[in-house]
Design a protein around this ligand. Structure first.
Ligand code: GLV
Ligand code: MN
Ligand code: MN
Length: 414
Protein backbone atom coordinates (compact mmCIF):
# COMPACT_ATOMS: atom_id res chain seq x y z
CA UNK A 1 0.00 0.00 0.00
CA UNK A 2 1.26 3.49 -0.78
CA UNK A 3 2.25 5.73 2.07
CA UNK A 4 -0.83 7.66 3.15
CA UNK A 5 0.46 11.19 3.36
CA UNK A 6 -2.87 12.96 3.72
CA UNK A 7 -5.63 10.46 4.49
CA UNK A 8 -5.22 9.85 8.24
CA UNK A 9 -5.20 13.50 9.29
CA UNK A 10 -8.00 14.35 6.88
CA UNK A 11 -10.20 11.56 8.24
CA UNK A 12 -9.46 12.61 11.84
CA UNK A 13 -10.46 16.20 11.02
CA UNK A 14 -13.63 15.07 9.28
CA UNK A 15 -14.52 13.11 12.44
CA UNK A 16 -13.78 16.12 14.59
CA UNK A 17 -15.87 18.47 12.44
CA UNK A 18 -18.64 15.86 12.34
CA UNK A 19 -19.01 16.17 16.09
CA UNK A 20 -19.93 19.86 15.82
CA UNK A 21 -23.70 19.66 15.74
CA UNK A 22 -26.85 21.28 17.11
CA UNK A 23 -28.13 17.85 18.16
CA UNK A 24 -26.36 15.82 20.81
CA UNK A 25 -27.10 12.43 19.26
CA UNK A 26 -26.66 13.11 15.53
CA UNK A 27 -25.03 15.54 13.10
CA UNK A 28 -27.30 18.46 12.25
CA UNK A 29 -25.59 21.70 11.29
CA UNK A 30 -27.99 24.17 9.78
CA UNK A 31 -26.81 27.56 8.55
CA UNK A 32 -26.43 30.55 10.86
CA UNK A 33 -26.65 28.50 14.06
CA UNK A 34 -24.16 28.27 16.93
CA UNK A 35 -22.99 24.93 15.48
CA UNK A 36 -22.28 26.65 12.17
CA UNK A 37 -20.25 29.30 14.01
CA UNK A 38 -18.30 26.70 16.00
CA UNK A 39 -17.53 24.75 12.82
CA UNK A 40 -16.34 27.93 11.09
CA UNK A 41 -13.94 28.70 13.93
CA UNK A 42 -12.50 25.18 13.79
CA UNK A 43 -12.04 25.30 10.02
CA UNK A 44 -10.59 28.78 10.28
CA UNK A 45 -7.89 27.48 12.67
CA UNK A 46 -6.98 24.75 10.16
CA UNK A 47 -6.82 27.33 7.38
CA UNK A 48 -4.39 29.45 9.41
CA UNK A 49 -2.24 26.39 10.05
CA UNK A 50 -2.15 25.82 6.29
CA UNK A 51 -0.78 29.31 5.65
CA UNK A 52 -3.99 31.07 4.70
CA UNK A 53 -5.43 34.38 5.76
CA UNK A 54 -9.14 34.16 6.46
CA UNK A 55 -12.29 36.22 6.37
CA UNK A 56 -16.02 35.59 6.73
CA UNK A 57 -17.99 37.44 4.07
CA UNK A 58 -21.37 39.18 4.47
CA UNK A 59 -23.37 36.02 3.67
CA UNK A 60 -21.41 33.83 6.11
CA UNK A 61 -18.95 32.09 3.78
CA UNK A 62 -15.56 31.41 5.36
CA UNK A 63 -12.81 32.09 2.84
CA UNK A 64 -9.15 31.19 3.35
CA UNK A 65 -6.71 32.77 0.92
CA UNK A 66 -3.32 31.32 0.04
CA UNK A 67 -1.57 34.14 -1.74
CA UNK A 68 -0.01 33.64 -5.14
CA UNK A 69 3.02 35.31 -6.69
CA UNK A 70 0.62 37.72 -8.32
CA UNK A 71 -2.04 38.67 -5.75
CA UNK A 72 -4.12 40.33 -8.48
CA UNK A 73 -4.27 37.28 -10.75
CA UNK A 74 -7.69 35.59 -10.90
CA UNK A 75 -7.99 33.16 -7.97
CA UNK A 76 -8.68 29.46 -8.13
CA UNK A 77 -11.51 28.61 -5.75
CA UNK A 78 -11.75 25.23 -4.03
CA UNK A 79 -14.45 24.27 -1.57
CA UNK A 80 -17.82 22.94 -0.60
CA UNK A 81 -20.46 23.53 2.07
CA UNK A 82 -20.22 23.46 5.83
CA UNK A 83 -23.95 23.07 6.48
CA UNK A 84 -25.57 19.65 6.69
CA UNK A 85 -28.93 17.97 6.43
CA UNK A 86 -30.69 16.75 9.56
CA UNK A 87 -29.07 13.51 10.84
CA UNK A 88 -26.27 13.87 8.32
CA UNK A 89 -23.09 12.02 7.51
CA UNK A 90 -19.65 13.55 8.12
CA UNK A 91 -18.42 13.84 4.54
CA UNK A 92 -21.10 15.56 2.46
CA UNK A 93 -19.65 19.07 2.22
CA UNK A 94 -16.71 19.04 4.67
CA UNK A 95 -14.65 16.69 2.47
CA UNK A 96 -14.47 19.38 -0.21
CA UNK A 97 -13.37 22.05 2.26
CA UNK A 98 -10.86 20.03 4.24
CA UNK A 99 -9.26 18.33 1.22
CA UNK A 100 -8.69 21.80 -0.24
CA UNK A 101 -7.07 22.96 3.01
CA UNK A 102 -4.82 19.87 2.98
CA UNK A 103 -3.69 20.51 -0.58
CA UNK A 104 -2.85 24.12 0.30
CA UNK A 105 -1.12 22.96 3.48
CA UNK A 106 1.15 20.74 1.38
CA UNK A 107 2.08 23.69 -0.84
CA UNK A 108 2.73 25.84 2.23
CA UNK A 109 4.93 23.25 3.91
CA UNK A 110 7.12 23.08 0.85
CA UNK A 111 7.20 26.83 0.43
CA UNK A 112 5.44 26.57 -2.94
CA UNK A 113 3.60 29.61 -4.23
CA UNK A 114 1.49 29.36 -7.36
CA UNK A 115 1.34 32.23 -9.84
CA UNK A 116 -2.23 32.93 -8.66
CA UNK A 117 -4.06 32.94 -5.30
CA UNK A 118 -6.10 29.97 -4.06
CA UNK A 119 -9.25 30.61 -2.05
CA UNK A 120 -10.63 27.69 -0.06
CA UNK A 121 -14.30 28.35 0.67
CA UNK A 122 -16.61 26.87 3.30
CA UNK A 123 -19.95 27.84 1.75
CA UNK A 124 -22.60 28.80 4.30
CA UNK A 125 -25.60 26.91 2.89
CA UNK A 126 -25.92 24.34 0.16
CA UNK A 127 -28.45 21.90 1.57
CA UNK A 128 -31.24 24.46 1.87
CA UNK A 129 -32.75 22.55 4.77
CA UNK A 130 -33.40 25.53 6.99
CA UNK A 131 -34.73 27.95 4.36
CA UNK A 132 -35.66 25.55 1.49
CA UNK A 133 -33.90 27.81 -0.97
CA UNK A 134 -30.27 26.83 -1.48
CA UNK A 135 -26.77 27.71 -2.77
CA UNK A 136 -26.85 30.88 -0.70
CA UNK A 137 -23.07 31.09 -0.34
CA UNK A 138 -22.04 30.12 -3.86
CA UNK A 139 -24.71 32.29 -5.47
CA UNK A 140 -23.62 35.28 -3.39
CA UNK A 141 -20.02 34.79 -4.51
CA UNK A 142 -21.16 34.60 -8.13
CA UNK A 143 -23.40 37.63 -7.74
CA UNK A 144 -26.49 35.61 -8.71
CA UNK A 145 -28.31 35.45 -5.37
CA UNK A 146 -31.73 37.08 -5.61
CA UNK A 147 -32.15 39.37 -2.55
CA UNK A 148 -35.81 38.28 -2.42
CA UNK A 149 -34.62 35.10 -0.67
CA UNK A 150 -33.88 37.12 2.45
CA UNK A 151 -37.63 37.21 3.11
CA UNK A 152 -37.89 33.39 3.26
CA UNK A 153 -38.62 32.13 6.76
CA UNK A 154 -37.57 28.98 8.56
CA UNK A 155 -39.91 26.69 10.50
CA UNK A 156 -39.79 28.98 13.52
CA UNK A 157 -40.72 32.04 11.50
CA UNK A 158 -37.23 33.58 11.50
CA UNK A 159 -36.44 35.28 8.21
CA UNK A 160 -33.19 34.53 6.42
CA UNK A 161 -32.31 38.23 6.76
CA UNK A 162 -32.69 38.13 10.55
CA UNK A 163 -30.82 34.83 10.88
CA UNK A 164 -27.97 36.22 8.82
CA UNK A 165 -27.81 39.46 10.84
CA UNK A 166 -27.72 37.54 14.11
CA UNK A 167 -24.82 35.53 12.66
CA UNK A 168 -22.88 38.72 11.94
CA UNK A 169 -23.68 38.94 8.24
CA UNK A 170 -25.42 41.74 6.41
CA UNK A 171 -28.11 41.15 3.78
CA UNK A 172 -28.03 44.84 2.84
CA UNK A 173 -24.42 44.51 1.68
CA UNK A 174 -24.95 41.31 -0.32
CA UNK A 175 -23.08 42.75 -3.30
CA UNK A 176 -19.84 42.79 -1.31
CA UNK A 177 -19.76 38.97 -1.27
CA UNK A 178 -19.58 38.83 -5.07
CA UNK A 179 -16.21 38.39 -6.73
CA UNK A 180 -15.68 40.88 -9.51
CA UNK A 181 -16.04 39.67 -13.06
CA UNK A 182 -12.98 37.77 -14.25
CA UNK A 183 -11.47 37.46 -10.77
CA UNK A 184 -12.16 33.70 -10.49
CA UNK A 185 -10.11 31.45 -12.74
CA UNK A 186 -12.09 28.32 -11.85
CA UNK A 187 -13.77 26.31 -9.13
CA UNK A 188 -12.97 22.77 -8.01
CA UNK A 189 -15.14 20.79 -5.61
CA UNK A 190 -14.22 17.44 -4.11
CA UNK A 191 -17.34 15.61 -2.89
CA UNK A 192 -18.48 12.14 -1.98
CA UNK A 193 -20.35 10.52 -4.84
CA UNK A 194 -23.54 9.90 -2.80
CA UNK A 195 -24.33 7.05 -5.19
CA UNK A 196 -23.09 3.52 -5.88
CA UNK A 197 -21.29 3.82 -9.23
CA UNK A 198 -17.65 4.21 -8.13
CA UNK A 199 -17.93 1.44 -5.59
CA UNK A 200 -19.53 -0.92 -8.11
CA UNK A 201 -16.68 -0.27 -10.55
CA UNK A 202 -13.98 -0.35 -7.88
CA UNK A 203 -12.80 3.22 -8.51
CA UNK A 204 -11.53 5.49 -5.74
CA UNK A 205 -12.51 8.69 -7.53
CA UNK A 206 -14.34 9.87 -10.63
CA UNK A 207 -14.64 13.05 -12.66
CA UNK A 208 -18.07 14.63 -12.81
CA UNK A 209 -19.33 15.47 -16.29
CA UNK A 210 -22.63 17.19 -15.42
CA UNK A 211 -25.04 17.87 -12.57
CA UNK A 212 -28.78 17.53 -12.96
CA UNK A 213 -31.10 20.50 -12.43
CA UNK A 214 -33.46 20.88 -9.52
CA UNK A 215 -36.68 22.65 -8.52
CA UNK A 216 -38.06 22.99 -5.04
CA UNK A 217 -41.51 24.06 -3.87
CA UNK A 218 -43.33 24.52 -0.61
CA UNK A 219 -47.04 23.69 -0.70
CA UNK A 220 -49.39 25.07 1.93
CA UNK A 221 -52.91 23.62 2.22
CA UNK A 222 -55.72 25.02 4.31
CA UNK A 223 -58.80 22.95 5.04
CA UNK A 224 -60.86 22.88 8.21
CA UNK A 225 -59.76 21.46 11.54
CA UNK A 226 -62.49 19.62 13.35
CA UNK A 227 -63.53 16.83 15.70
CA UNK A 228 -62.30 13.40 14.57
CA UNK A 229 -65.37 11.74 16.02
CA UNK A 230 -68.20 14.02 15.01
CA UNK A 231 -67.56 15.27 11.46
CA UNK A 232 -68.86 12.73 8.91
CA UNK A 233 -66.38 11.79 6.17
CA UNK A 234 -68.31 13.56 3.45
CA UNK A 235 -68.24 16.84 5.37
CA UNK A 236 -64.52 17.08 5.87
CA UNK A 237 -61.89 19.31 4.36
CA UNK A 238 -58.93 17.30 5.59
CA UNK A 239 -55.68 18.96 4.53
CA UNK A 240 -53.55 15.92 5.31
CA UNK A 241 -55.70 13.52 3.28
CA UNK A 242 -55.40 16.00 0.40
CA UNK A 243 -51.64 16.12 0.81
CA UNK A 244 -51.50 12.32 0.72
CA UNK A 245 -53.26 12.31 -2.65
CA UNK A 246 -50.90 15.01 -3.92
CA UNK A 247 -47.80 13.14 -2.78
CA UNK A 248 -48.89 10.05 -4.67
CA UNK A 249 -49.55 12.24 -7.70
CA UNK A 250 -45.96 13.57 -7.52
CA UNK A 251 -44.65 10.02 -7.21
CA UNK A 252 -46.66 8.75 -10.20
CA UNK A 253 -45.77 11.74 -12.38
CA UNK A 254 -42.05 11.35 -11.70
CA UNK A 255 -42.01 7.56 -11.98
CA UNK A 256 -43.46 7.87 -15.49
CA UNK A 257 -40.28 9.49 -16.86
CA UNK A 258 -37.04 7.50 -16.48
CA UNK A 259 -34.78 10.54 -16.00
CA UNK A 260 -37.02 12.36 -13.55
CA UNK A 261 -37.01 12.03 -9.74
CA UNK A 262 -39.37 13.66 -7.26
CA UNK A 263 -39.39 13.68 -3.47
CA UNK A 264 -41.67 14.99 -0.75
CA UNK A 265 -39.18 15.08 2.10
CA UNK A 266 -40.93 17.10 4.74
CA UNK A 267 -44.52 17.42 5.87
CA UNK A 268 -46.05 19.25 8.82
CA UNK A 269 -49.69 18.72 9.76
CA UNK A 270 -51.50 21.01 12.16
CA UNK A 271 -52.75 21.04 14.75
CA UNK A 272 -51.24 17.54 14.96
CA UNK A 273 -53.41 15.64 17.40
CA UNK A 274 -54.82 12.11 17.17
CA UNK A 275 -58.41 13.27 17.49
CA UNK A 276 -58.36 16.42 15.34
CA UNK A 277 -58.90 16.56 11.57
CA UNK A 278 -55.79 18.28 10.17
CA UNK A 279 -56.69 21.82 9.16
CA UNK A 280 -53.38 22.93 7.72
CA UNK A 281 -50.54 21.08 6.01
CA UNK A 282 -47.25 22.25 4.65
CA UNK A 283 -45.07 19.99 2.52
CA UNK A 284 -42.04 20.32 0.28
CA UNK A 285 -41.49 19.02 -3.25
CA UNK A 286 -38.04 18.44 -4.78
CA UNK A 287 -37.87 17.61 -8.51
CA UNK A 288 -34.69 16.79 -10.44
CA UNK A 289 -33.73 15.85 -13.97
CA UNK A 290 -30.64 16.13 -16.15
CA UNK A 291 -32.81 17.73 -18.83
CA UNK A 292 -34.21 21.16 -17.93
CA UNK A 293 -37.19 20.85 -20.28
CA UNK A 294 -38.26 17.60 -18.64
CA UNK A 295 -37.90 19.14 -15.18
CA UNK A 296 -39.69 22.34 -16.18
CA UNK A 297 -42.62 20.47 -17.65
CA UNK A 298 -42.84 18.19 -14.62
CA UNK A 299 -42.80 21.22 -12.30
CA UNK A 300 -45.70 22.85 -14.19
CA UNK A 301 -47.71 19.63 -14.18
CA UNK A 302 -47.05 19.02 -10.50
CA UNK A 303 -48.31 22.54 -9.73
CA UNK A 304 -51.43 21.98 -11.87
CA UNK A 305 -52.04 18.53 -10.37
CA UNK A 306 -51.75 19.82 -6.81
CA UNK A 307 -54.10 22.72 -7.56
CA UNK A 308 -56.63 20.35 -9.17
CA UNK A 309 -56.63 17.99 -6.18
CA UNK A 310 -56.91 20.95 -3.79
CA UNK A 311 -59.92 22.32 -5.68
CA UNK A 312 -61.65 18.92 -5.74
CA UNK A 313 -61.30 18.69 -1.96
CA UNK A 314 -62.23 22.29 -1.11
CA UNK A 315 -58.74 23.10 0.13
CA UNK A 316 -57.10 26.49 -0.24
CA UNK A 317 -53.68 26.00 -1.73
CA UNK A 318 -50.61 28.15 -2.19
CA UNK A 319 -47.41 26.94 -3.82
CA UNK A 320 -44.10 28.72 -3.38
CA UNK A 321 -41.46 28.02 -6.04
CA UNK A 322 -38.49 28.34 -3.68
CA UNK A 323 -35.65 27.24 -5.86
CA UNK A 324 -34.84 26.51 -9.50
CA UNK A 325 -31.40 25.58 -10.69
CA UNK A 326 -30.74 24.50 -14.23
CA UNK A 327 -28.60 21.47 -15.06
CA UNK A 328 -24.92 22.20 -15.47
CA UNK A 329 -22.12 20.73 -17.55
CA UNK A 330 -18.69 20.69 -15.93
CA UNK A 331 -15.96 22.72 -17.68
CA UNK A 332 -14.15 20.52 -20.24
CA UNK A 333 -10.75 22.05 -19.53
CA UNK A 334 -10.99 21.43 -15.79
CA UNK A 335 -12.20 17.89 -16.46
CA UNK A 336 -9.10 17.39 -18.60
CA UNK A 337 -6.83 18.61 -15.82
CA UNK A 338 -8.47 16.20 -13.41
CA UNK A 339 -8.06 13.37 -15.92
CA UNK A 340 -4.36 14.20 -16.36
CA UNK A 341 -3.92 14.25 -12.59
CA UNK A 342 -5.60 10.84 -12.25
CA UNK A 343 -3.34 9.36 -14.91
CA UNK A 344 -0.27 10.90 -13.29
CA UNK A 345 -1.31 9.25 -10.03
CA UNK A 346 -1.60 5.91 -11.83
CA UNK A 347 -5.38 5.86 -11.51
CA UNK A 348 -7.94 4.92 -14.15
CA UNK A 349 -10.04 7.79 -15.47
CA UNK A 350 -13.71 7.37 -14.75
CA UNK A 351 -16.39 9.90 -15.75
CA UNK A 352 -19.86 10.06 -14.20
CA UNK A 353 -22.82 12.42 -13.80
CA UNK A 354 -24.15 13.79 -10.50
CA UNK A 355 -27.70 13.30 -9.31
CA UNK A 356 -27.19 15.46 -6.23
CA UNK A 357 -26.96 19.23 -6.28
CA UNK A 358 -23.65 20.92 -5.48
CA UNK A 359 -22.20 24.40 -5.04
CA UNK A 360 -20.35 23.77 -8.31
CA UNK A 361 -23.71 24.25 -10.09
CA UNK A 362 -24.04 27.76 -8.78
CA UNK A 363 -20.36 28.52 -9.31
CA UNK A 364 -20.65 27.47 -12.94
CA UNK A 365 -22.76 30.59 -13.49
CA UNK A 366 -19.66 32.78 -13.06
CA UNK A 367 -16.58 30.63 -13.74
CA UNK A 368 -15.48 27.26 -15.15
CA UNK A 369 -16.35 24.63 -12.52
CA UNK A 370 -15.59 20.93 -12.09
CA UNK A 371 -15.90 18.22 -9.49
CA UNK A 372 -14.03 15.17 -8.28
CA UNK A 373 -16.22 12.49 -6.74
CA UNK A 374 -14.90 10.16 -4.05
CA UNK A 375 -16.32 6.66 -3.62
CA UNK A 376 -18.64 6.23 -0.64
CA UNK A 377 -19.74 3.00 0.97
CA UNK A 378 -22.86 1.48 -0.61
CA UNK A 379 -23.64 4.89 -2.11
CA UNK A 380 -25.23 5.93 1.19
CA UNK A 381 -25.48 9.65 1.91
CA UNK A 382 -27.67 12.11 3.80
CA UNK A 383 -27.44 9.48 6.49
CA UNK A 384 -25.14 8.99 9.51
CA UNK A 385 -23.92 5.79 7.82
CA UNK A 386 -22.08 7.83 5.16
CA UNK A 387 -18.58 6.35 4.93
CA UNK A 388 -15.37 6.72 2.91
CA UNK A 389 -11.96 5.09 3.30
CA UNK A 390 -8.75 6.71 4.42
CA UNK A 391 -7.13 5.51 1.18
CA UNK A 392 -9.72 7.25 -0.99
CA UNK A 393 -9.48 10.44 1.06
CA UNK A 394 -5.75 10.35 0.48
CA UNK A 395 -6.24 9.94 -3.28
CA UNK A 396 -8.54 12.96 -3.38
CA UNK A 397 -5.92 15.27 -1.85
CA UNK A 398 -3.15 13.89 -4.05
CA UNK A 399 -5.20 14.50 -7.19
CA UNK A 400 -6.11 18.00 -6.08
CA UNK A 401 -2.51 18.85 -5.25
CA UNK A 402 -1.34 17.57 -8.60
CA UNK A 403 -3.87 19.74 -10.42
CA UNK A 404 -2.74 22.78 -8.44
CA UNK A 405 0.94 22.21 -8.70
CA UNK A 406 1.41 20.78 -12.17
CA UNK A 407 -1.54 21.45 -14.38
CA UNK A 408 -3.03 24.90 -14.14
CA UNK A 409 -1.17 27.28 -16.42
CA UNK A 410 -0.67 30.76 -14.95
CA UNK A 411 -2.85 32.40 -17.59
CA UNK A 412 -5.58 29.72 -17.60
CA UNK A 413 -9.16 30.74 -17.20
CA UNK A 414 -11.24 27.93 -18.67
C1 GLV B 1 -27.85 18.40 -1.75
O1 GLV B 1 -27.21 17.51 -1.23
C2 GLV B 1 -28.93 18.08 -2.62
O2 GLV B 1 -28.68 17.52 -3.69
O3 GLV B 1 -30.08 18.32 -2.22
MN1 MN C 1 -23.09 18.23 -0.57
MN1 MN D 1 -26.10 17.03 0.75
Amino acid sequence: MTDLRFGPRLMARLDQLGRISSDSDRLTRLPFTPAHRQALEQVRAWMHEAGMITRVDVIGNLIGRYEGDDPDAPALLIGSHIDSVVAAGRYDGPLGILSGIDAVHALHQQGDRLPFPIDVVAFCDEEGVRFTTTFLGSRAICGTLDPAVFEVRDRDGTSLADALRAFGGDPDRLGEAAYSQGSIRGFLEVHIEQGPVLEAEDRAVGIVTAIQGQSRMVVCLDGMAGHAGTVPMGHRRDALAGAAEMILFVERRCAAVPELVGTVGRIDAQPGAVNVIPGRVLFTVDLRAPNDLIRGQAASEVVQGIQRIAASRGLACSIGREHDQRAMACAPRLQRWLAQALRAEGLPVKYLASGAGHDAMAMAECCPAAMLFVRCKSGISHNPLESITVEDADVAVRVLLRVLRDLIPPEASS
